[in-house]
Design a protein around this ligand. Structure first.
Ligand code: HEM
Length: 503
């Protein structure tokens, strides 16, 4: 700027101009000395990282590797995940820096194997995988029906009906054991999650909580589980290796085939019902997401892919968070009692909470926040900045680099949270905690953050309130601690078994 202005001032400014040019050179030189390059960034050797991944159970310990990485290399380091070079960022201030530079159409990651599958089979992209304008148009539409408080409140009826069935199922199962034992609670909550998201997507029930669970439902849930296991593996394998070792890729594709088939079956059935209604001259007034998508003129291929991805997003996330919540509450009876008191105080003599009741339940919100701090469903998120190089933590990161945001590391950082491995929901009730706002962001931040957040929170609050009104939840007698493991998402390493004692 300065040299330009001086040039415009004419010849008399020449000596000054030379001086300013020299200064500009000096500043550029100093800046380039300060900003380091990707080559200068520390990190494990490619061989070492692959060794960790394949032979030290690294894929299931990826969240732990975030802590190890930060200890060894500091806030920013690089590692090669198979064919992909990724920069890890493990400091809240730096995560904020990345997210503030993400641009108008943020890209989460290449999610290469998910996108490869869609290209191979000619399927469309849903909100999780779409990019650019395609993503923006569906995001705006779904945001209206999934994030606005008034729109979300309308789902409390269908969700409560699903919670009623869950309570019934938990009663049946706990009565089958003299001690009220329910084994593998996550399996029950997978079905609850799927039934819940289906009620929001189709405004109809699909029988996941029936005494006999339909085989297609079990197969769908199994497909999600296996697909998540295979996601990291297929991404870590270079494409040419898929031909040599075809099993992971084939299994991955079979899971997606079934998930698309399952979703298409339900969508076609629901849209056919609407067509018949219309033929009979009845008024259409659906309040479910599939209806909103199809009415807004979204092409059918895109309705299929969006509904498939929403179904998938609503299962493990809800199941994991509910399982960890009850696991921690069973081990902290004083918090459980305080939470139950809060719910009963708000409910007075009513038995079914509504969306608006939650506003008066600060401890409930704090419990879920704390659970998601300790067990963030997505332990590492990512961004790819496509339009320019950015500087993060003193390093120049070239555009199109995959940047891994190490949320597990920041949310368990003792500099951010005292006793970071302890379940202390009260920390969210006082303002004294003083953690950085980006230290625990389980739903992400900004334009590409979780579109299901409000529905997920409502579902969790409604389920937890009613479970606590009906049961005292206690640990199983022989139960030791359960740790998390990574399976793309963060899940319990082994079954969680709890005793549900009817009140
Ligand atoms: C405890 C529950 C949940 C957690 C912790 C969670 C977390 C997240 C996170 C971290 C992201 C990525 C955000 C980013 O990149 O900045 C995300 C994206 C997303 N979530 Fe959730 N989620 C939950 C439940 C749900 C549910 C129930 C649904 C469906 C109703 C859902 C649908 C989605 C979708 C479609 C996206 C992609 C959004 C986009 O790219 O525009 N999530 N979620």
């Amino acid at each position: 700027m300065l040299p330009q202005a001086l040039r415009m001032a004419g010849r008399s400014a020449l000596p000054l101009l030379r001086c300013a040019d020299r200064w500009a050179d000096v500043i550029a030189c100093a800046a380039s000395r300060q900003v380091k390059t990707l080559e200068q960034m520390p990190g494990p050797s490619s061989g070492g990282f692959i060794w960790d991944l394949l032979f030290r159970r690294g894929l299931s310990r990826l969240h732990q590797l975030q802590l190890e990485g930060r200890r060894r290399y500091g806030a920013v380091w690089k590692a090669s995940f198979g064919p992909i070079l990724t920069v890890h960022v493990a400091e809240p201030e730096l995560i904020e820096q990345v997210l503030r530079q993400e641009g108008t159409h943020p890209m989460r990651s290449d999610l290469s194997s998910w996108k490869d599958y869609r290209r191979l089979r000619g399927e469309g992209y849903g909100l999780l995988t779409a990019e650019g304008e395609e993503w923006q148009s569906v995001r705006s539409l779904l945001g209206k029906h999934m994030l606005r408080p008034k729109a979300v409140e309308a789902y409390d009826g269908p969700l409560n009906a699903v919670v009623t069935d869950l309570i019934h199922k938990l009663k049946l199962r706990s009565q089958q054991s003299s001690s009220g034992l329910v084994t593998d609670i996550s399996a029950e909550f997978y079905r609850f999650g799927l039934e819940g998201i289906s009620s929001v997507l189709f405004e109809s029930r699909i029988g996941c909580l029936d005494p006999v669970v339909p085989v297609e439902t079990e197969r769908f849930i199994q497909s999600i589980n296996t697909m998540f296991v295979m996601t990291l593996l297929t991404m870590a394998m270079p494409r040419w290796l898929h031909r040599l070792l075809p099993k992971p890729w084939d299994t991955f594709c079979r899971c997606w085939d079934y998930m698309f088939q399952f979703a298409k079956g339900h969508i076609d059935q629901r849209l056919e019902e609407e067509r018949q209604k219309m033929a009979r001259g009845e008024r259409l007034e659906g309040r479910y997401l599939t209806y909103f998508l199809s009415q807004a003129g979204v092409p059918l291929k895109s309705v299929y892919s969006n509904v498939t991805e929403l179904l998938l997003a609503g299962v493990d996330t809800i199941s994991g968070t509910l399982s960890w919540s009850l696991y921690e509450l069973s081990r902290h009876p004083e918090v459980q009692t305080a939470l139950r008191d809060e719910v009963r105080h708000v409910m007075k003599d009513r038995s079914v909470p509504e969306a608006r009741d939650v506003a008066a339940m600060p401890l409930m919100k704090a419990v879920i926040k704390e659970i998601l701090r300790l067990y963030p469903v997505i332990p590492a998120n990512a961004r790819v900045i496509t339009d320019r190089d950015i500087t993060v933590g003193g390093y120049l990161i070239p555009k199109n680099t995959l940047i891994t945001l190490c949320h597990y590391a920041t949310s368990r950082d003792p500099r951010q949270f005292c006793d970071p491995d302890e379940f202390v929901p009260q920390r969210w009730l006082s303002r004294s905690e003083g953690s950085h706002p980006y230290a625990s962001v389980p739903f992400g931040v900004g334009k590409r953050s979780c579109v299901g957040r409000r529905i997920a929170e409502l579902e969790l609050y409604l389920a937890l309130s009613r479970i606590l009104m009906h049961f005292n939840v206690e640990p199983a007698e022989d139960s030791g601690p359960v740790r998390p493991m990574t399976r793309t998402l963060l899940v319990p390493e082994r079954q969680i078994n709890l005793r549900f004692i009817e009140r």
